[in-house]
Design a protein around this ligand. Structure first.
Ligand code: BGC
Length: 584
């Protein structure tokens, strides 16, 4: 991933690939492109929170369908849907009680099919969740297992023990609610294993019947047409004595098996690994291109927050230096926030203390090992800071994921339980219930965000559509600029050293595309001198304005940036740069 700057001869015969100001970049999506996920902009949402079409207080598939135009206009070409299966909803749907059905509150299988079709008509792909580490304790498989005799094939679908000290080296993930990874089942008269809530027993992946059953679930949704599966909590599939029960070779073997089943029947569909681990461990989830196509880069996420608050690029540069190369056809997924807490598992103790101190002074903002707040409040509502964070999201290596509502700067509600404060209804307008639902306000699945400064009366899509300077309209432009250049999705990432540590500089390079990204992490104006002599003769074309900056010579290249400013340049030979320059 990390490569020093070298001189690249620019291939001037390559036809211009840019599509200046093309608002319909989704049309350029090639449905047969096996690397489509590298050029994706993923928009993550919960059907329940997005739009309610039948006034019952819960969002549903028909509501989401109404809003596909909005998602398309934003520039997202992939939607990631949080779990929508039948569930007691004690873990917001990650506690699944039937894998091949839809929670009736959200609609029917036909509604889901209609959504898929409508999304595909717009060249929007759909990623769904494959939650296989565990089920709900209400799942018929678990009910059958606990009632079946000890050591019977049916019991063997889950992980049981008579001794709750087994696998003692395994950490607890939900530290606020769970004291042990074992819980006693009075019916079975044994303890069952669970890495998350005690109502979520872990499936036993040492049992080939379980692996086969999971493959069938996978096939069910892929046959319907979903384009990708997020593999939830994938490091924990297998347990072994004397280990921490994470990232075990046997777990990777299961993944290879699932991947072979995917490739055998479903070309161009992908796996996205949720492996909240250090980069060298996550690297294993790509295998030799025979496990997952994509994996979240968990450790870089908190470090972007650290860098902007410390006004120092070191945290980001350090973690990127520790990030190994990944196979050519694999891809990182980059995110700022999601439906969970901003996890602080992949930082040092000192860094965690720093993050809590800076971003979660109120204990209510904390949960488990993380912070349950949204991007805009984390940035104290600072527009420049929010823009810079989004610019990093769009320019760091990998595919960016936008969490619904962050594109309009939605706030959170730290008085709600669990992680529900970042899962509130989407704010469409200043109308009743934020335009989310026509139900009685008391019937909504969650309170709306009402208080200033993030309440829906001011922060909503309708208002931001009307104002050219709004965050929403700026986000559309940002995505549009990014999508003009393949280097952002496919290129290498090369840090550029500069004396001023408050400025994070890197080059993204793909074939003849060379993009220089300069980010001022400081709240004050900064200048930076860049040693770009290896690129002498090139002209930086600023990507938003299409203005040519002075050519690169032998002397250090000087740039000045206002507070939290960022600049993106394409570096081109002078004649080429001029042909792209905006005529003013
Ligand atoms: C999901 C969480 C969920 C957990 C347990 C995670 O990976 O992102 O929202 O609580 O799995 O199901």
């Amino acid at each position: 991933m990390y490569r020093p700057i070298t001189e690249t001869p620019v291939d001037e015969s390559t036809p211009a690939t840019h599509a200046r100001g093309n608002p319909h970049h989704n049309e350029s999506v090639n449905d047969n492109d096996s690397l489509w996920y590298k050029d994706a902009i993923i928009y993550q949402l919960h059907v329940k929170s997005y739009r309610d079409s039948n006034a019952d207080g819960f969002g549903d598939f028909r509501g989401l369908l109404e809003k596909l135009d909005y998602i398309e206009q934003l520039g997202a070409n992939t939607v990631w849907l949080l779990p929508f299966y039948p569930s007691p909803l004690r873990d917001d749907g990650y506690d699944i009680s039937a894998y091949e059905e839809i929670n009736p509150t959200y609609g029917s299988i036909d509604d889901f099919r209609a959504l898929l079709e409508a999304a595909h008509d717009r060249h929007i792909r759909v990623i769904t969740e494959l939650v296989i580490n565990h089920t709900s304790d209400q799942h018929p498989w678990f009910q059958r297992a606990r009632r079946a005799p000890k050591d019977s094939p049916e019991r063997n679908w889950y992980v049981w023990s008579d001794d709750p000290n087994k696998y003692a080296g395994t950490r607890i993930i939900f530290t606020d609610t769970e004291k042990s990874n074992w819980s006693w089942d009075p019916e079975a008269q044994q303890f069952y294993w669970h890495r998350f809530f005690s109502h979520q027993p872990d499936l036993n992946f040492d049992n080939p019947e379980v692996v086969e059953a999971v493959k069938n679930v996978m096939r069910f949704w892929l046959r319907m047409g979903v384009d990708g599966l997020r593999l939830d909590a994938i490091p924990y599939l297998i347990e072994r004595d004397g280990t921490n029960c994470e990232n075990l070779p046997e777990t990777h073997q299961v993944l290879k098996d699932l991947r072979a089943a995917l490739d055998a029947e479903f070309p161009n569909r992908i796996f996205l690994a949720e492996a909240n681990q250090w980069p060298s461990d996550v690297r294993q989830y790509f295998g030799h291109s025979d496990e997952c196509h994509m994996a979240f880069h968990f450790p870089v996420m908190p470090r972007m927050y650290m860098a902007i608050r410390k006004e120092d690029r070191t945290p980001v540069v350090d973690i990127m230096r520790q990030t190994p190369e990944i196979p050519e056809d694999c891809q990182w997924a980059i995110f700022l926030r999601n439906h969970d807490e901003l996890t602080l598992e992949m930082v040092t103790d000192e860094e965690r203390d720093y993050m809590y101190r800076e971003y979660a002074r109120d204990p209510r903002m904390r949960i488990n090992v993380g912070i349950r707040r949204r991007l805009n409040p984390l940035m104290d509502g600072g527009r420049r800071q929010v823009e810079l964070m989004n610019a990093l999201l769009m320019s760091m290596p990998g595919t960016p994921i936008i969490y619904y509502g962050d594109e309009i700067g939605m706030g959170d509600n730290i008085y709600l339980g669990d992680r529900n404060g970042v899962r509130t209804p989407m704010q469409w307008s200043a109308d009743r219930n934020a335009g989310f639902s026509e139900a009685d306000t008391a019937a909504l699945f969650s309170p709306l965000i009402v208080d200033p400064p993030y309440g829906y009366h001011t922060v909503n899509v309708g208002a931001q559509e009307r104002v050219p300077t709004s965050l929403l309209r700026w986000m559309r432009r940002l995505i549009n600029v990014r999508q003009e250049y393949k280097a952002f999705g496919r290129g290498t990432w090369e840090p550029v050293d500069a004396a001023n540590r408050r400025v994070l500089v890197f080059i993204r390079r793909y074939r003849d595309e060379l993009i220089l990204c300069v980010n001022n992490l400081s709240r004050f104006a900064q200048y930076v001198e860049l040693d770009l002599h290896a690129l002498r003769g090139m002209v930086p074309l600023e990507l938003w304005s299409k203005n040519c900056f002075p050519g690169i010579g032998d002397l250090p290249y000087l740039l000045t940036l206002g507070p939290h400013n960022f600049l993106w340049f394409r570096l081109m030979p002078p004649e080429q740069a001029k042909s792209y320059q905006r005529s003013t």
